[in-house]
Design a binder for this molecule. Structure first.
Ligand code: SAM
Length: 356
């Protein structure tokens, strides 16, 4: 079985699975899986999904790019797939599950949100296996596991990976898995567990808001990599009649943005590319673009999004973004846009205006 990454990367050190995924799979491959109902979490590129295709596992898909990756790998390996086996982390699950497999995500909040969903569908005698690289262990994994399960065991390490084995679910009541963030004007934004900047507004985002320049005649805006929609929200306050598009690859980000922005002129796009946006339609694109993906750092995805921005901006339209200075986006942006101005910076962040 060959499993590849989507989107592809030129960084050969980035793999489609790790020793933690292999160790997770090992937990179940020596069991009799016939008739067993399996659910997988954070199977980023579809490694588990392909290996367990005979069990028709339910895959909890949190990213549009993850969904695309699963489909590509299934297709490449000649495996049938049924879209209804893809569900999202907020879905209610009717099936009763024997085995849940999770590659532990970097965000402990997201780990909790996944466990909370598992607790709704796992059988009394069901088992949850959660794998991680030993260097990523934090004690919170144990305390959160103990909140949802009575038995929490830890395996020995293998190839620097470990597995937590959870049994006997507990009853957890009144469990709202939403964080609240207070803006400087005292407004409160809400976001599901696992969405970027859980406790307070990100420093780069705040620097961006403090320096945001919006022209009065702006009619259509795109908040690219929107997270909880904070940038779109601020723009909507200033220009209530403006049409605002918000895009994010993360399902829970878009669902959070829906909690924070209302109105007929708001469009939400759960996607990892700008293909849904009309060509030459946007006056202003704003972004605090991604460069961390779980434990990986990679600017290739942002650079590809920047190229897509030129497609959807009107001629003369503006792309305004904030970035960590060490990423040195300037030369990359100059290759893509007609005019690039670094408008303001401090010791950590810089803001660029790019004109098409
Ligand atoms: C640095 S956060 C910014 C979030 C929000 N704009 C803010 O300032 O708080 C970057 C966001 O990019 C999203 N993201 C990652 N890859 C993406 C892609 N290919 N397309 C769209 N969004 C993506 C992540 O899910 C994350 O929400």
């Amino acid at each position: 079985m060959k499993v590849i990454r989507y989107p592809a990367t030129t960084d050969l050190s980035l793999k489609a699975w790790s020793a933690a995924d292999e160790f997770l799979l090992e937990q179940v491959l020596d069991q009799n899986l016939s008739g067993k109902k399996i659910i997988t979490y954070n199977d980023r590129f579809g490694y588990l999904n392909c290996q367990l295709h005979q069990n028709d596992a339910l895959s909890v898909i949190s990213y549009k790019s993850q969904e695309k990756s699963h489909k590509i790998n299934r297709e490449n390996n000649g495996l049938n797939f049924d879209d209804s086996r893809f569900i999202n982390p907020l879905s209610s699950i009717d099936e009763k599950i024997d085995i849940a497999l999770m590659k532990v995500p970097k965000s402990v909040n997201l780990f909790e949100l996944y466990l909370a969903q598992i607790a709704t569908c796992i059988k009394e005698e069901g088992v949850v296996y959660c794998s991680f690289m030993t260097r990523h262990f934090t004690k919170q994994l144990l305390s959160i596991s103990n909140k949802y399960f009575e038995v929490v065991e830890q395996s020995l390490a293998k190839k620097k990976a470990r597995v937590l084995i959870l049994k006997k679910k507990k009853e957890v009541i009144d469990n709202e898995l939403i964080n609240k963030l207070t803006l400087s004007n005292k407004e409160i934004l809400r976001q599901y567990y696992g969405v970027f900047s859980a406790k307070e507004i990100d420093q780069a985002t705040q620097f961006f808001i403090d320096n945001l320049q919006i022209e009065e005649n702006t009619k259509e805006v795109l908040d690219l990599a929107a997270g909880n929609g904070v940038l779109g929200h601020i723009i909507q306050k200033q220009l209530p009649n403006c049409k605002i598009h918000l895009i994010d690859d993360f399902y829970l980000a878009i669902e959070s943005a829906k909690l924070n922005l209302k109105g007929e002129n708001v469009c939400f796009h759960y996607n990892d590319t700008l293909k849904e946006i009309e060509e030459n339609s946007i006056d202003l694109v704003v972004s605090n673009p991604p460069f961390h993906f779980e434990y990986e750092t990679n600017i290739e995805i942002s650079l590809s999004l920047f190229k897509d921005v030129t497609y959807c901006l009107k001629q003369g339209g503006k792309f305004q973004l904030v970035a960590n200075r060490h990423l040195n986006y300037g030369p990359h942006l100059e290759r893509i846009f007609n005019k690039v101005i670094r408008v303001v910076h401090n010791d950590k962040f810089e803001i660029y205006n790019c004109i098409k």
